[in-house]
Design a protein around this ligand. Structure first.
Ligand SMILES: [Zn+2]
Length: 77
């Protein structure tokens, strides 16, 4: 039985443990209080962040285990 807290990277085909949480939403279909969550390893954090950012989605990246309450507009970093 796998530890529930051990999230794995959201990148397709990657089985690495996630070191980061990526919170994002699509402003066209998600209200401002929605947070979609991806997990990312060190290697794929930039890939997943850029994937969302290039689509114009608000996105925040925090260390795994940190709660993301909201993804504010204009928080792209
Ligand atoms: Zn990965």
């Amino acid at each position: 039985m796998e530890d529930e807290a051990a999230a794995h990277c959201s990148r397709a085909g990657c089985r690495a443990d996630a070191a980061w949480s990526i919170g994002w939403r699509n402003p066209r279909i998600h209200s401002a209080d929605r947070v979609k969550l991806w997990a990312a390893c060190d290697e794929h954090r930039p890939f997943l962040h850029d994937y969302l950012e290039t689509r114009g989605f608000p996105v925040v990246v925090v260390p795994a285990g940190t709660v993301i309450d909201v993804v504010p507009d204009g928080s792209r970093s």
